[in-house]
Design a protein around this ligand. Structure first.
Ligand code: ATP
Ligand code: MG
Length: 408
């Protein structure tokens, strides 16, 4: 197996030496049982590495379990990882095996490992050093044979200084470090990645493939890409969907790139029309939210029509435009009146909308914008920095808009 084989098997794009070095390390270490720590900024592509390591190891026929340590509540993480005995805590009606037991003979991927609570870090250190663990509520020591690959986008030495990560665990995990480079350090890969994503999205959305005019290509390569490959992929998807003209110029591309990240971009791209771009960004956010709502609504209607469901709850649907509920005049207003399937949409009880009040929704973009700004300010308790970040505009633009709309 060569690095080139790995790239085609796992769909990895890029020729930069830093990426090749990382892949080569994964290739070398895969056949051993050594613990690997993968580091790199958010969105750099860390998640494929544990899969490569598992697939190229002698454990490939054993289990592979990926655990997102940041997504498990602190109260249950020990039990999820190491299992628990029946009755060991309220709600533990049955004994349960943890991931370390289930992945015996295989590989466990501990993603966002820096999010582990300190006490769990102690248990992890023990299992790494001796292969031993104890279920929550038990006193029996058990053995497991698991290869650990961990990943983080946190600077662990920094976390150690702040007392959030155990130094001994760091050295134990870091037996073989793999560092995935940020996109701005592999600029030669940016265009390759863009072309790959543009091709994929053209196929997915059945539309012609985007191409970049020279000024847009220059901008693409000189941008900082703080969100790395994930951000490049998202921007390519947005361009594919929203732009009618498939030849993209720098001005168009600039609309999709947050302003704060232009520090290393030449003056040419720090456009004099920045205010317009900010306004457009905000407008796009409104349009995106509306588009998401429409997709959600389509799903609801599709489910209703195909399942013949009589009563549909919107509670589990992530609708951004709250005013949607204002269109539902009363609890039992039939929305589609097919005589065979009388369908009703019910409002979640927690929404403080008067069931009998008819509210005319404003379709003015300015009103929507004002509304969004108010909501963002409420969410961040008046703190403009957080609100601006959430809205995707600069603090300066937010300040101007607050004055313009007379928002208190
Ligand atoms: N070299 C690459 N070739 C193709 N796609 C890539 C490459 N690197 C990353 N991607 C894609 O970019 C997206 C983000 O990658 P991934 O989820 O692995 O990021 P991450 O490093 O785990 O970030 P985080 O720390 O935020 O979890 C994924 O859709 C992934 O497929
Ligand atoms: Mg990840």
């Amino acid at each position: 197996m060569t690095v080139q084989n790995i790239k085609s098997r796992f769909g990895i794009i890029g020729h930069s030496s830093a990426l090749e070095h990382a892949l080569n390390t994964a290739l070398q270490v895969a056949t051993t049982d050594l613990t690997v720590l993968i580091t790199g900024e958010s969105g750099t592509g860390k998640e494929v590495f544990p899969q490569i390591i598992h697939q190229l190891s002698a454990r490939k026929h054993g289990p592979y379990i990926a655990v997102n340590c940041g997504a498990i509540p602190e109260g249950t993480i020990d039990s999820e990882l190491f299992g628990h005995e029946k009755g060991s805590f309220t709600g533990a009606h049955e004994a349960r095996k943890g991931y370390f037991e289930v992945s015996n003979g295989g590989t466990i991927f501990l993603d966002e490992v820096a999010e582990l609570p300190l006490l769990t870090q102690v248990r992890l250190l023990r299992v790494l050093e001796t292969g031993e663990f104890i279920k929550v509520g038990s006193s029996k020591v058990q053995k497991t044979n698991v290869r650990v690959v961990a990943a983080t986008n946190v600077n662990i030495p920094d976390a150690i200084r702040k007392g959030k990560f155990r130094e001994d665990l760091f050295y134990r995990l870091n037996t073989v470090p793999i560092s995935v480079p940020p996109l701005r350090d592999r600029r030669e890969d940016v265009h390759l990645l863009f072309r790959k994503f543009a091709g994929d999205f053209a196929e997915k959305y059945k539309m012609p493939t985007l191409t970049l005019l020279p000024d847009a290509l220059k901008l693409l390569q000189e941008y900082r890409w703080p969100g790395n490959v994930r951000q490049l992929k998202n921007v390519t998807e947005q361009l594919s969907i929203l732009e009618q003209k498939k030849e993209i110029n720098a001005e168009t591309l600039l609309k999709y790139l947050p302003q704060e990240s232009f520090s290393s971009v030449p003056a040419l791209f720090q456009s004099e029309k920045s205010t317009d771009f900010n306004e457009r960004e905000l407008l796009y956010k409104v349009l995106f939210d509306m588009k998401k709502d429409i997709t959600e609504l389509k799903k609801i209607v599709f489910n209703v029509v195909s399942n013949g469901t009589e009563h549909v709850s919107l509670e589990n649907h992530d609708l951004h435009t709250n005013s949607f509920f204002n269109d539902v005049h009363s609890e039992n207003t039939p929305v589609l009146s097919n005589p065979e399937t009388a369908i009703t949409l019910s409002k979640p009880n927690h929404l403080p909308v008067d069931a009998h009040e008819e509210v005319e929704e404003s379709l003015s973009i300015a009103d929507k914008e004002k509304d969004l700004i108010k909501k963002a300010l409420e969410k961040y308790r008046g703190k403009r920095k957080g609100a601006a970040r959430e809205l995707g505009i600069s603090e300066r633009t937010l300040y101007r808009k607050i004055n313009e709309y007379g928002i208190k």
